[in-house]
Design a protein around this ligand. Structure first.
Ligand SMILES: Cc1cc2nc3c(=O)[nH]c(=O)nc-3n(C[C@H](O)[C@H](O)[C@H](O)COP(=O)(O)OP(=O)(O)OC[C@H]3O[C@@H](n4cnc5c(N)ncnc54)[C@H](O)[C@@H]3O)c2cc1C
Length: 322
């Protein structure tokens, strides 16, 4: 297995931020993955799992721990006429292109979705009308003792799966149930997705996609009252263009924090400002979709996981003033 000591994680993070990690492992087979995962768990030392790092904000401080990168486990196999298995490190875009070649429909939405299939399963990723919970047949993963397990129903809700709540587990592969379709139909859906992502300038600077989830708490809100998307609230709170160091809010999408040679702390300080401003105006506490990894100061991890109650009165007042 390829192992690198004192690895600069910036190279592997979508945001191009983060510091040096003590050791990174690149398993190539399920056996290697299970062995290294079991060893790290039995040692009780800190570690984190890296897909493509497209949803991670990684600390700049030295991380006295290990990282398992799934990058080299990227195979795809055809299990039956309509069941495809992708290893966890396979990129979402690679899988959607593979499915197109087989005239199999179901993965068009994940074309140009940054990240790996393992990361997409962990996050229950979704966009353009598709999501992992709609197409996944099963997820195979290792528990902390190295037992290979199979979950047929791992998705809990919006951007949530059992993997984020179980804690110590690593996804090794994902099986997809797809339908035979017409090649030009598949192609035109993928083109639509491509045009949309490019026209929204999503790849102009490094980002992690949406910083905040759309399904914030809204206790007491009548189903008849519209629940506004996070990007709408951020836009109305004049967040577009706001800046902290090298981090700034995209002019095209108020929920995207771009990075231009800034640090993870720049990104987080800006995100905290966005969260506080939306709460002050709308009484909505936006929940992070991005995840933290590495060695952050406890003041940052505590601030990151802070929660505040929905303020119905403030929300209704602010919406009526719009
Ligand atoms: C420009 C841009 C646009 C985006 N648009 C969308 C969008 O439309 N919809 C959407 O849902 N997301 C979107 N994202 C977010 C991101 O692409 C997805 O969350 C993606 O699926 C994450 O995959 P990853 O491999 O990069 O995961 P990482 O960022 O590496 O990891 C995310 C989390 O999953 C864990 N993890 C990763 N792999 C494994 C594994 N094999 N086993 C166990 N845990 C694992 C990590 O430890 C981490 O906690 C966007 C991101 C960017 C940069």
């Amino acid at each position: 297995m390829r192992t690198v000591e004192n690895y600069d994680i910036k190279k592997a993070s979508f945001y191009r931020t983060g510091g040096v990690v003590s050791c990174i492992y690149f398993p190539q087979t399920e056996k290697e993955l299970s062995e290294i995962f079991t060893t790290l768990n039995s040692q009780g030392r800190p570690y984190f799992i890296l897909g493509s790092g497209s949803n991670l904000i990684i600390s700049e401080s030295y991380f006295e721990g290990s990282v398992i990168s799934l990058k080299l486990m990227d195979g795809i196999s055809i299990l039956s006429d309509n069941i495809i298995q992708a290893s966890a490190g396979c990129l979402s875009t690679t899988l959607s292109l593979f499915c197109k070649k087989q005239s199999l429909s179901g993965c068009e939405w994940m074309y140009l979705l940054p990240g790996s299939i393992g990361g997409a399963a962990y996050m229950n990723a979704g966009c353009y009308g598709g999501s992992m919970d709609k197409v996944v047949e099963a997820v195979n993963y290792f528990d902390a003792l190295g037992n290979l397990k199979r979950s047929l129903d791992p998705f809990i809700g919006y951007r949530t799966s059992i993997f984020s709540s179980i804690g110590s587990c690593v996804i090794s592969s994902v099986e997809f149930s797809l339908t035979l379709s017409n090649l030009s139909k598949i192609d035109s859906k993928m083109r639509e997705v491509q045009i949309s992502r490019i026209s929204k300038n999503q790849f102009k600077y490094p980002s992690c996609g949406c910083m905040f989830k759309n399904d914030y708490l809204s206790d007491g809100l009548e189903p008849t009252v519209e629940k506004k998307p996070a990007s709408f609230l951020l836009d109305k709170a004049s967040m577009k263009g706001k800046r902290q160091g090298g981090a700034f809010v995209s002019q095209y999408h108020a929920n995207f924090v771009f990075n231009n040679k800034g640090t993870s702390l720049d990104i987080l300080n800006l995100a905290f400002l966005m969260q506080d401003t939306v709460y002050d105006i709308f009484g909505v506490w936006l929940e992070f979709e991005a995840r933290l990894a590495g060695n952050f100061d406890s003041s940052i991890t505590e601030r990151f996981s802070l929660k505040k109650e929905f303020n119905l009165e403030r929300y209704l007042k602010a919406c009526s003033d719009l």
